[in-house]
Design a protein. Structure first.
Length: 139
Protein backbone atom coordinates (compact mmCIF):
# COMPACT_ATOMS: atom_id res chain seq x y z
CA UNK A 1 0.00 0.00 0.00
CA UNK A 2 1.24 3.46 -0.81
CA UNK A 3 2.14 5.96 1.87
CA UNK A 4 -0.67 8.35 2.71
CA UNK A 5 -0.02 11.98 1.91
CA UNK A 6 3.03 11.26 -0.26
CA UNK A 7 4.00 14.61 -1.72
CA UNK A 8 6.21 13.43 -4.61
CA UNK A 9 3.55 12.63 -7.18
CA UNK A 10 0.70 14.04 -5.05
CA UNK A 11 -1.08 10.79 -4.32
CA UNK A 12 -4.80 10.85 -4.04
CA UNK A 13 -7.08 8.95 -1.70
CA UNK A 14 -7.78 6.53 -4.54
CA UNK A 15 -4.08 5.61 -4.60
CA UNK A 16 -4.15 4.83 -0.89
CA UNK A 17 -7.51 3.15 -0.40
CA UNK A 18 -8.21 1.77 -3.86
CA UNK A 19 -11.61 0.11 -4.10
CA UNK A 20 -12.30 0.60 -0.39
CA UNK A 21 -12.36 4.38 -0.81
CA UNK A 22 -16.12 4.73 -1.11
CA UNK A 23 -16.75 2.50 1.90
CA UNK A 24 -14.12 4.29 4.00
CA UNK A 25 -15.37 7.78 3.17
CA UNK A 26 -18.99 6.75 3.70
CA UNK A 27 -18.22 5.29 7.12
CA UNK A 28 -16.17 8.33 8.08
CA UNK A 29 -18.93 10.73 7.01
CA UNK A 30 -21.60 8.76 8.87
CA UNK A 31 -19.44 8.68 12.00
CA UNK A 32 -19.01 12.44 11.81
CA UNK A 33 -22.78 12.91 11.55
CA UNK A 34 -23.36 10.42 14.39
CA UNK A 35 -20.90 12.34 16.58
CA UNK A 36 -22.80 15.57 16.03
CA UNK A 37 -26.08 13.83 16.79
CA UNK A 38 -24.62 12.20 19.92
CA UNK A 39 -23.37 15.55 21.18
CA UNK A 40 -26.81 17.02 20.58
CA UNK A 41 -28.45 14.13 22.45
CA UNK A 42 -26.10 14.66 25.36
CA UNK A 43 -26.81 18.38 25.47
CA UNK A 44 -30.54 17.70 25.46
CA UNK A 45 -30.66 14.92 28.02
CA UNK A 46 -28.05 16.13 30.48
CA UNK A 47 -29.60 19.54 31.03
CA UNK A 48 -32.99 21.05 31.65
CA UNK A 49 -35.07 24.12 30.92
CA UNK A 50 -33.86 26.46 28.24
CA UNK A 51 -30.28 25.17 28.68
CA UNK A 52 -31.50 21.96 27.08
CA UNK A 53 -32.10 23.81 23.81
CA UNK A 54 -28.89 25.82 24.02
CA UNK A 55 -26.65 22.78 24.61
CA UNK A 56 -28.48 20.53 22.14
CA UNK A 57 -27.76 23.06 19.40
CA UNK A 58 -24.45 24.55 20.58
CA UNK A 59 -22.47 21.34 21.21
CA UNK A 60 -22.85 19.96 17.65
CA UNK A 61 -22.30 23.42 16.17
CA UNK A 62 -19.08 23.96 18.13
CA UNK A 63 -17.82 20.48 17.24
CA UNK A 64 -18.55 21.02 13.53
CA UNK A 65 -16.82 24.41 13.60
CA UNK A 66 -13.72 22.94 15.24
CA UNK A 67 -13.71 19.98 12.81
CA UNK A 68 -13.91 22.25 9.78
CA UNK A 69 -11.48 24.89 10.99
CA UNK A 70 -8.46 23.07 12.41
CA UNK A 71 -6.77 20.85 9.84
CA UNK A 72 -3.41 19.62 8.64
CA UNK A 73 -2.18 21.36 5.52
CA UNK A 74 -2.02 18.92 2.60
CA UNK A 75 -4.36 16.30 4.11
CA UNK A 76 -5.83 14.61 1.01
CA UNK A 77 -8.78 13.31 3.03
CA UNK A 78 -9.85 16.95 3.50
CA UNK A 79 -9.05 18.48 0.09
CA UNK A 80 -5.64 19.59 1.35
CA UNK A 81 -6.85 22.99 2.55
CA UNK A 82 -6.46 24.06 6.15
CA UNK A 83 -8.23 27.23 7.34
CA UNK A 84 -6.17 27.04 10.55
CA UNK A 85 -3.19 24.72 10.07
CA UNK A 86 -2.35 22.51 13.05
CA UNK A 87 0.10 19.65 13.61
CA UNK A 88 -1.17 16.18 12.78
CA UNK A 89 -1.22 15.06 16.42
CA UNK A 90 -3.49 17.99 17.31
CA UNK A 91 -5.83 17.10 14.46
CA UNK A 92 -5.92 13.47 15.54
CA UNK A 93 -6.75 14.40 19.14
CA UNK A 94 -9.50 16.72 17.87
CA UNK A 95 -11.01 14.00 15.67
CA UNK A 96 -10.91 11.41 18.44
CA UNK A 97 -12.37 13.82 21.00
CA UNK A 98 -15.31 14.71 18.77
CA UNK A 99 -16.00 11.20 17.52
CA UNK A 100 -15.69 9.48 20.90
CA UNK A 101 -17.44 12.45 22.53
CA UNK A 102 -20.42 11.81 20.28
CA UNK A 103 -20.41 8.12 21.16
CA UNK A 104 -20.18 9.01 24.85
CA UNK A 105 -23.06 11.44 24.32
CA UNK A 106 -25.30 8.62 23.12
CA UNK A 107 -24.21 6.48 26.06
CA UNK A 108 -24.81 9.27 28.58
CA UNK A 109 -28.22 10.02 27.06
CA UNK A 110 -29.32 6.45 27.73
CA UNK A 111 -28.69 5.06 24.24
CA UNK A 112 -26.10 2.58 25.48
CA UNK A 113 -26.14 0.19 22.54
CA UNK A 114 -25.85 3.02 20.03
CA UNK A 115 -22.89 4.46 21.93
CA UNK A 116 -21.10 1.11 22.04
CA UNK A 117 -21.74 0.37 18.34
CA UNK A 118 -20.48 3.80 17.31
CA UNK A 119 -17.38 3.33 19.46
CA UNK A 120 -16.65 0.04 17.70
CA UNK A 121 -17.21 1.61 14.28
CA UNK A 122 -14.80 4.43 15.15
CA UNK A 123 -12.16 1.86 16.09
CA UNK A 124 -12.77 -0.05 12.84
CA UNK A 125 -12.57 3.16 10.82
CA UNK A 126 -9.21 4.09 12.29
CA UNK A 127 -7.94 0.51 11.98
CA UNK A 128 -8.55 0.73 8.23
CA UNK A 129 -6.76 4.07 8.00
CA UNK A 130 -3.43 3.27 9.62
CA UNK A 131 -1.56 4.96 6.75
CA UNK A 132 -3.44 8.18 7.48
CA UNK A 133 -2.73 7.86 11.20
CA UNK A 134 0.99 7.46 10.50
CA UNK A 135 0.92 10.42 8.15
CA UNK A 136 -0.89 12.58 10.69
CA UNK A 137 1.59 11.77 13.42
CA UNK A 138 4.52 12.72 11.15
CA UNK A 139 3.06 16.15 10.35
Amino acid sequence: MAAFGHTGDRETLEDVYGQRLVEYLTLRFLLELAALLGLGFAGWSLSGGWWRWVLALALPFIAAALWGTFAVRGDPSRSGRAPVPVPGAVRLVLELAILFGGAAGFYAAGHTTTGVVITLLIAISYAFSLDRLGWLLKQ
